[in-house]
Design a protein around this ligand. Structure first.
Ligand code: GYE
Length: 306
């Protein structure tokens, strides 16, 4: 909706700021909560939001950004599905005088003048927190620990960084070994499918590290389908801490979750206003996050917002 009113200038007479936002897709519970946060906070801030869903495809995001440029929106924000390949379209926005804000995921463009700010998590730290927990869990043990890894979308910042942070930390314990690692595209269906293949190929999996809750939840179905007990026969670590993940953690099917907050909307709208007013903004805004054990999940669940 809203597309019919989009010809000509983004400013439709009143002084409402027009924000074009290109979302990754609807691949996970995290993403759904993120979309809601952005839509709700735009409304609250009195910002007109042109929202576009790229269905996990970079070409769709590039199209959406070009369309926002054509519509002369005031500010463009987007969550880049992958890290590479943005220089050209970001240059087009810059040449058109439209400021860009990155949310959630990073780009690898060397020219940081192509965007005003980047708001979101430190995914390397998230991977490190997952790795730290595992190293502690097996402290003092020397038997081999076989880990399988479900990676997020190939080429995305969270997949690259969560893999790296985890690998860096488990390197401290030579018996902790990743025996298989594949993408599950951040979805439940893919997580299940890839875990089924892992279980067929390896009879001796001790640990699953999934780059998000949804893939972990899909994998739990695969593990149960293979007659094993998730959280007991195979220990599971995930990232995000959305409600379904937290429930599985409280139920003992997941062992540890590293939080990644999707509630970026309010801070994004603050940034949009500042950027529109020509005020200086911080180049990097980090989200505050924690981790959850099974006991902590039980305590947090009743008041969890998403
Ligand atoms: O962890 C995952 C989602 O970019 C941080 O994307 C986000 C990730 C999140 O699909 O669930």
């Amino acid at each position: 909706d809203g597309d019919s009113a989009s010809s000509g200038s983004g400013n439709s007479g009143d002084d409402k700021i027009v924000l074009g936002f290109s979302q990754v897709g609807a691949e996970s519970g995290w993403r759904t909560a993120n979309t809601k946060s952005i839509q709700d906070s735009a409304k609250e801030a009195g910002i007109e939001l042109k929202f576009s869903d790229a269905q996990q495809k970079q070409e769709n995001q590039i199209k959406a950004i070009r369309s926002f440029i054509q519509q002369k929106v005031d500010v463009i924000a987007f969550s880049p599905v992958v890290e590479s390949g943005w220089d050209t379209v970001l240059k087009e926005a810059k040449d058109a005088g439209i400021p860009v804000i990155l949310t959630d995921r990073a780009v690898d463009s060397p020219d940081t003048s192509l965007y005003k700010s980047f708001i979101g998590s430190d995914f390397v730290v998230e991977g490190e927190r997952a790795g730290d927990w595992l190293v502690k869990e097996y402290a003092g043990k020397t038997e081999p620990v076989n880990i399988v890894e479900l990676q997020g979308t190939t080429g995305s910042a969270p997949a690259n960084d969560r893999k790296k942070g985890f690998a860096d930390k488990i390197a401290a314990a030579p018996n902790l070994k990743i025996i298989a690692s594949q993408t599950g595209d951040f979805t439940r269906a893919k997580g299940k499918e890839v875990m089924e293949a892992f279980l067929k190929a390896h009879s001796d999996i001790d640990v699953l590290y999934a780059h998000n809750d949804d893939m972990g939840l899909g994998a739990i179905e695969a593990i149960e389908g293979a007659g094993k007990k998730p959280g007991v026969d195979i220990k599971i670590i995930t990232v995000d801490a959305v409600k379904d993940g937290m429930q599985a953690l409280a139920d003992g099917k997941i062992n540890f979750i590293v939080e990644c907050s999707p509630l970026l909307g309010p801070q994004l709208m603050e940034l949009v206003k500042k950027v529109k007013a020509g005020e200086a903004v911080e180049a990097r805004i980090l989200t505050n996050e924690t981790t959850f054990t099974q006991e902590q999940a039980k305590a947090a669940l009743p008041t969890r917002q998403y």
